[in-house]
Design a protein around this ligand. Structure first.
Ligand code: GLY
Length: 561
């Protein structure tokens, strides 16, 4: 009944675009907002906040719902990062997966020393130790207001009673089944998700409901110990995976100090290592700011703009490959990488009219395709930006039999061999080599931007290495080019990551004349779909929220009654 009332309220208060994406705000004293990857998680997160829960409560409930209704990236078998702004202080939770104890540097190399084409991407051997349940528990222990059971229950209800499969999910499931069949991969994916390949069916997941019930009743012990742990370890042992009981009990989420930097009078709070995203966004925004302060601001999405941002991106990705990894294992030179003098020096290397030669772009100090994100602002002005992943769509493509959830293929985010690109084309070396209990480098960049201590922007996206571009461009779109939340997430974006040489990946929708100019400069233009931004923005005390139209997201701003 309460849901019906809330739905009616949302419909009456929000002006949705045809894709149900964007809302305008009513005149009210206090509001809260969500921008979610699907309508089920949006509904539950709003319901939690309607019940007096804060942004972290809503995030925990949404994370568990997405494990049921968004199986291509929502998860309990993966990990993620949560950037939090609560009671005027910023915090960061790292619940990234870790390599199992038996993992080793060369575990994905064959006898010739070549990287195996699928071992780090499909099947039990591709999985790191999952971090999501430990992460949600840690977030609840530190910040939760509503009881844990209350927050896990909606996911159990969706798993046991079922949900109607959205068309976009059905399409992704059926394409994925065809892909694994074509490659001849041994997986139980179709046994568990075959029914979800049909839009509109009521899809139930009884094993997952039982696992979530153990988590509801026992907290992390319901996952890392007892029956769920037995299912995971049996599956690993029968299918060549490495995760042991000891690995599961040793897993821990980690509170870290977020990256925090000033940019044009705003305070940006974002993801520290083992994410590469925060350092990358600081460098990228910083270089653009350095150049545009001394030169004219190029028109939005013009050829000079794409060239400038691409030139800066090349330098970002050169540093990423050399210096970034799990800070618990590798001394990441974080202060040097985000020092204003260093960023200004890198900006001075940018040639505004010609492409700098790729091999000459070196790391500068010496002299991610899936994942999902959501953004939340509660009625007290607290915010959560949460990005979570099992790496590629549907992770390793295998279900921990008996426990009903998909396992991640996050091990591919390590550097399996120096200089050899991973799935996202990212290269790395020593900093991101495989070691037991090390966390693999990530591009996930959940970000909160503050203005005078108030939340201005909450943003994030999936997309492997393109996450960093999507987040950077969402900030440039809104805070440099004054675009609305809806425009910021839906206007075409682009991505340059140093390699492949001189390649800019572009969304559909750019002016052909712009692309021709870039081609004439020497760029190779590749059309590509990437990202799914979920953004909340505050302007003059009003919230607006938008989820990218290409996905199946839902963004809602609601007044406090
Ligand atoms: N698995 C994608 C990332 O963490 O960047």
């Amino acid at each position: 009944m309460r849901y019906l009332l809330i739905s009616a309220l949302i419909i009456s208060l929000t002006a949705c675009s045809s894709s149900e994406q964007v809302t305008t705000t009513p005149a009210s004293t206090a509001e809260y907002a969500v921008a979610m990857p699907d309508k089920f998680a949006a509904r539950v997160a709003l319901d939690v906040m309607q019940d007096g829960g804060n942004a972290v409560d809503a995030a925990i409930a949404a994370q568990f719902v997405l494990a049921v209704t968004y199986p291509e990236a929502g998860n309990i078998g993966g990990g993620g990062f949560m950037t939090i702004y609560m009671d005027s202080s910023a915090d960061f939770l790292d619940y990234r997966e870790m390599a199992p104890a038996d993992a080793s540097r060369d575990m994905y190399l064959d006898d010739n020393g070549d990287v195996h084409p699928t071992d780090s991407l499909f099947g039990a051997k591709a999985s790191g130790i999952p971090g999501t349940v430990a992460g949600m528990w840690a977030a609840h222990q530190k910040y939760g207001k509503l009881p844990w059971q209350r927050l896990v229950q909606p996911a159990i209800t969706y798993a046991s009673e079922g949900f109607e499969v959205p068309e976009k999910l059905a399409g992704r499931v059926s394409r994925y089944i065809k892909r694994i069949e074509k490659r001849g991969l041994k997986t139980n994916f179709a046994n568990y998700f075959g029914e979800a390949a049909t839009a509109g069916v009521l899809f139930k997941q009884p094993e997952l409901a039982a696992t979530l019930s153990r988590i509801r009743d026992n907290g992390p012990a319901g996952f890392y110990e007892g029956e769920t742990a037995d299912h995971i370890v049996s599956y690993m042992q029968a299918n060549g995976g490495l995760i042991s009981h000891e690995d599961l009990t040793r897993y821990h989420a980690q509170w870290r100090t977020p990256i925090n930097f000033d940019w044009r009078g705003y305070q940006v709070v974002t993801a520290p290592p083992p994410s590469s995203g925060g350092i990358a966004v600081a460098q990228w925004l910083g270089m653009v700011d350095n150049v545009t302060r001394t030169n004219i601001l190029p028109a939005h999405n013009s050829a000079p703009y794409l060239h400038l941002v691409s030139e800066a991106g090349k330098r970002v990705f050169a540093d990423r490959a050399e210096y970034l990894g799990d800070p618990d294992f590798f001394a990441v030179p974080q202060p040097q990488l985000i020092a204003p003098d260093y960023i200004a020096k890198r900006a001075r290397e940018i040639n505004l009219t010609a492409i700098s030669a790729t091999p000459q772009i070196k790391p500068g100090l010496h002299e991610s395709e899936d994942t999902t994100h959501f953004s939340i602002v509660d009625q007290w002005g607290n915010a959560v930006a949460n990005t979570t992943t099992i790496n590629l769509s549907f992770g390793a493509g295998v279900v921990a039999a008996g426990a009903g959830f998909l396992l991640n293929d996050e091990m591919d985010d390590f550097s399996a061999k120096p200089g050899v690109p991973n799935f996202f084309g990212a290269i790395g070396g020593e900093a991101n080599a495989i070691e037991p209990y090390k966390r693999m480098l990530s591009s996930m960049t959940p970000t909160i931007v503050l203005e005078d201590g108030q939340v201005k922007l909450v943003t994030g996206s999936p997309g492997g290495t393109t996450i960093i571009s999507s987040v950077t461009l969402s900030i440039l779109n809104t805070l440099l080019y004054d675009l609305s939340a809806e425009e910021a997430v839906n206007l075409p974006r682009f991505h340059h990551q140093l390699w492949p040489e001189d390649q800019i990946r572009v969304h559909e929708g750019f002016d052909p004349a712009t692309l021709n100019t870039l081609q004439d400069m020497g760029y190779n233009i590749k059309e590509s779909n990437f990202g799914d931004l979920h953004l909340i923005m505050q302007q003059n005390g009003k919230l607006s929220a938008a989820s990218e139209a290409r996905g199946r997201g839902k963004a809602v701003v609601q007044s406090v009654k």
